[in-house]
Design a protein around this ligand. Structure first.
Ligand code: URA
Length: 216
C-alpha cells in the first residue's frame, strides 16, 4: 500500500525494491543506460499508483469456470501532460499502462529578465476538460513550473480534483508551494527528500534529471 502522507500527498511504499532502484539512479556514477532503465521502472510504479486513484464502478465478471467475479470497471477517460523536457521521460511509462493514451505537452522555461517560470508552448488534447489528467514532471523542486503548468490545465477547463501530479522525487518546499496553490490536487511521488540547495537542486536528489535521462 502506498503511504498517504496527507489527503493530497501519496508516497510510494518505501520497499527495499524501490529504495534499491533509487540507489541506482541517485548514484552519480550510474551510466545513462542504467539511469534510463531504472528510472523507467520507478515511473511505471508511479503510473500504476496514479491509476489506483481513478474512480471505478462495480462490475460482475463471468469467468471460464462458470463462476462470477466481483470486479470493477474504470470510469472516465485519462490523458497525460508532460512538462518538457524532463517530463517527457515519463510518457513511455504512461503509454505502457494505458494503450493509445493521449499526451499533451507544456514547455516552461525561466524568463531571463524576471527569473520566473514562463510559459513558452502548450499543446493539449482538445477534450482535456473531460479527462483525468496525469501531470508528469520527475522532479518537484520549488514547484514553480508545476504550478504554472497546472494553471494552464485549469484555464483549459480541467477540474483540479481530476489532476494528479506524478513525480519521482519531491522537495518539501515544492510540496508546500504546490499544495498551497492547489489545495485539492493530489501529488503522487516516489521520494520526499531533505530540501533544496542554493541552486534550487533537490538534495540529496538525483542531479539534473533531464540531462541524466537524455544527454549525459
Ligand atoms: N530539476 C532537476 O532535474 N533536478 C533537481 O534537483 C531540481 C530540478
Amino acid at each position: 500500500m502506498a503511504h498517504e502522507i496527507s489527503d493530497l500527498v501519496t508516497l510510494l511504499p518505501q520497499t527495499n525494491q524501490l529504495i534499491g532502484l533509487f540507489s541506482i539512479i541517485r548514484d552519480e556514477n550510474t551510466p545513462r543506460s542504467d539511469f534510463v532503465f531504472y528510472s523507467d521502472r520507478i515511473i511505471r510504479l508511479l503510473v500504476e499508483e496514479g491509476l489506483n486513484h481513478l474512480p471505478v464502478e462495480p462490475k460482475v465478471i463471468s469467468t471460464p469456470t462458470n463462476e462470477k467475479f466481483d470486479g470493477v470497471l474504470f470510469l472516465g477517460k485519462i490523458c497525460g501532460v508532460s512538462i518538457v523536457r524532463a517530463g517527457e521521460s515519463m510518457e513511455k511509462g504512461l503509454r505502457d499502462c494505458c494503450r493509445s493514451v493521449r499526451i499533451g505537452k507544456i514547455l516552461i522555461q525561466r524568463d531571463e529578465e524576471t527569473a520566473l517560470p514562463k510559459l513558452f508552448y502548450e499543446k493539449l488534447p482538445t477534450d482535456i476538460d473531460s479527462r483525468f489528467v496525469f501531470l508528469l514532471d520527475p522532479m518537484l523542486a520549488t514547484g514553480g513550473s508545476a504550478i504554472l503548468a497546472t494553471k494552464v490545465l485549469i484555464n483549459r477547463g480541467v477540474k483540479p480534483e481530476r489532476i494528479f501530479f506524478l513525480n519521482l522525487v519531491a522537495a518539501p518546499e515544492g510540496i508546500e508551494a504546490y499544495v498551497k496553490a492547489f489545495p485539492s490536487i493530489k501529488i503522487i511521488t516516489g521520494a520526499i527528500d531533505k530540501g533544496l540547495n542554493d541552486k534550487k537542486y533537490i538534495i540529496p536528489g538525483i542531479g539534473d534529471f533531464g540531462d541524466r535521462y537524455y544527454c549525459i
